[in-house]
Design a protein. Structure first.
Length: 304
């Protein structure tokens, strides 16, 4: 088996050639000449060739040493660049964080948090997996996402931990010229007589709304069904009906011709939580971003 070598041995060879002296190279590396010589011999044994000729007057690379020298320099440069990158991640000065989030939260709640994070850590990239509820947990369990912002609809699975963030009440959304636009709170029972634009079954909002209406024994007149909140907003603006949406989303639609009315009898909210894999260690950048997300969203007043 050939002898093994690493960065210290390669560095010793390059320093000896650059300095042209074992004594000077040893001084720069803060080694004894004996220790420096042992490193060079280890490298030569691993490569199976003599790399340096040493005379009483000079030190110079052999022909094989001259051939190996460019590769040795590249190895050292690549190692330093890799080490610098790792140091950057540890110091939250570089790297990337991947998180998963409900689309509505990513759209209407995370932008100011991410803006503040970018100002503090301008060299850290943030990748957002903005997905429906089912995909979020999959991204988290696979390790693709370091943490996630999701909607809690039942007990937390044993392999996950949940940090409460906020309760986001559902509201009735309609166009500003709708008969309900100027009114006050709207009872759930009133929806049975209205054309409702519904979110599809992939949406956690849809499951909560359907469960609430089923509990009341009512079936609203679903006139249109869409899969994304942005599409629902477009249909609402066209006057095609009313919608049931998270208050957080309506708070972010100030530029649209829509208004929100509280839904009552009863008031219903989705519970937002920050999910993590139990026992997983977050990267330093993820720890910093997690702290800012919790601080921004925990106890946040939302709704309309």
């Amino acid at each position: 088996m050939p002898a093994e070598f690493g960065i210290p041995e390669v560095e010793a060879f390059v320093r000896i050639v650059d300095c042209g002296s074992f004594r000077q190279a040893a001084a720069e590396m803060r080694l004894t000449q004996s220790a420096l010589t042992q490193r060079l011999k280890k490298l030569e044994a691993a490569l199976g060739a003599r790399l340096v000729d040493r005379t009483t007057r000079a030190v110079a690379p052999t022909a094989i040493g001259r051939s190996f020298l460019p590769s040795a320099r590249r190895l050292l440069q690549q190692f330093e660049e890799t080490a610098a990158g790792i140091r950057g991640v540890i110091e939250v000065a570089g790297g990337q964080v991947t998180i998963a989030s409900l689309i509505s939260v990513a759209t209407y709640a995370l932008p100011p948090v991410l803006k503040a994070f970018a100002e503090r850590h301008p060299r850290v990239g943030v990748r957002i997996l903005d997905e429906a509820e089912q995909e979020i947990v999959q991204h988290l369990r696979s390790g693709e996402a370091e943490f996630a912002v999701d909607m809690l609809t039942g007990p937390v699975e044993p392999d996950l931990t949940a940090t409460p963030l906020t309760d986001d009440p559902f509201v009735l959304a309609c166009r500003e010229d709708h008969p309900l636009a100027a009114g006050g709170p709207v009872a759930w029972s009133a929806l049975s007589d209205m054309p409702v634009i519904a979110l599809g079954s992939r949406s956690g909002t849809s499951r909560v709304v359907n469960a609430q209406l089923t509990a009341q024994g009512r079936s609203p007149a679903w006139r249109h069904e869409v899969q994304h909140l942005s599409t629902l907003v477009g249909l609402l603006e066209a006057g095609l009906g009313v919608g049931i949406v998270p208050g957080m989303a309506m708070a972010g639609l100030s530029g649209h011709r829509l208004v929100a009315r509280p839904l009552t009898e009863p008031a219903v909210a989705r519970r937002l939580v920050l999910l993590e894999r139990r026992g997983a260690t977050l990267s330093p950048a993820a720890v910093a971003l997690r702290s800012m997300v919790v601080q921004a969203l925990a106890g946040r007043a939302v709704g309309g």
